[in-house]
Design a protein around this ligand. Structure first.
Ligand SMILES: Nc1nc2c(ncn2[C@@H]2O[C@H](COP(=O)(O)OP(=O)(O)O)[C@@H](O)[C@H]2O)c(=O)[nH]1
Ligand SMILES: [Mg+2]
Length: 223
């Protein structure tokens, strides 16, 4: 109805220009676990706002980064991802992206390239974390090589919304990346990549070559 198109204040995106406000978007196919991940992270006292007119859900969160209080809005799709494309306003002013696939469904991994292309069309520079979800359901997933992340030099996290593995780390890192992007610094992104790289090396040294089931970063191609 054209008459009552008054913009709800929740969608006033001007606020994301303020220093203490960041917007983090979540992308990925239907049913990969995007909403479950949000809920898992914000388990205590989250208040999702369903904005059904806009096919999205906002999760509000307050974080402390370097002693500063940051208001974080996580944007979650609510059905529109079925069309493998989001409205431009979804990307508008976003400071970081969490891009999820389901380790049990290969097609959701393949579709990352479509999501990534659309993300870069609207937000060429924002930090993006690739998330392999549901590792609880496929214990061998962490052993597989998911080259997509490496190809684009993106951090890759193996997580489970069901049992909580790596969920808090994922979101806290995403928040730091968003804040650091806002401050025009690549520093934290570099730090995360370095940390993941070291973790990978440590794992390689520590583990028996075949049987390890612990969560680990993807292995580089065999040397
Ligand atoms: N085993 C397992 N199932 C999960 C996990 N995360 C989500 N699911 C299930 O996957 C389905 C889709 O989750 P949902 O969060 O709605 O996906 P979304 O469409 O990406 O938001 C639900 O049945 C969840 O219970 C996980 O880490 N492990
Ligand atoms: Mg959802």
């Amino acid at each position: 109805m054209a008459g009552d198109r008054a913009k709800p204040c929740e969608l006033d995106q001007e606020k994301y220009d303020a220093d203490d406000n960041v917007k983090i978007i979540c992308l990925g196919d239907s049913a990969v676990g995007k909403s479950k991940l949000m809920e898992r992270f914000l388990m205590n006292g989250f208040q999702p706002q369903q904005l059904s007119t806009y096919a999205l859900t906002l999760y509000k969160h307050t974080a402390t980064v370097d002693g500063k209080t940051i208001l974080v809005d996580f944007w979650d799709t609510a059905g529109q991802e079925r069309f493998q494309s989001m409205h431009a306003s979804y990307y508008h002013k976003a400071h970081a992206c969490i891009m999820v696939f389901d380790v049990q469904r290969k097609v959701t991994y393949k579709n990352l390239s479509t999501w990534y292309a659309e993300l870069r069309e609207f937000r060429p520079e924002i930090p993006c974390i690739v998330v392999a979800n549901k590792i609880d359901a496929d214990i061998n997933a962490t052993q597989k090589s998911f080259s997509f992340a490496r190809k684009f030099s993106l951090p890759l996290y193996f997580v489970s919304a069901a049992d909580g593995t790596n969920v808090v780390k994922l979101f806290n890192d995403a928040i730091r990346l968003a804040v650091s992007y806002k401050q025009n610094s690549q520093d934290f992104m570099d730090e995360v990549l370095r940390e993941l790289e070291n973790f990978k090396l440590e794992q390689k040294e520590e583990d028996a070559p075949d049987q390890d089931q612990s969560s680990r970063i993807e292995s580089p191609s065999p040397s």
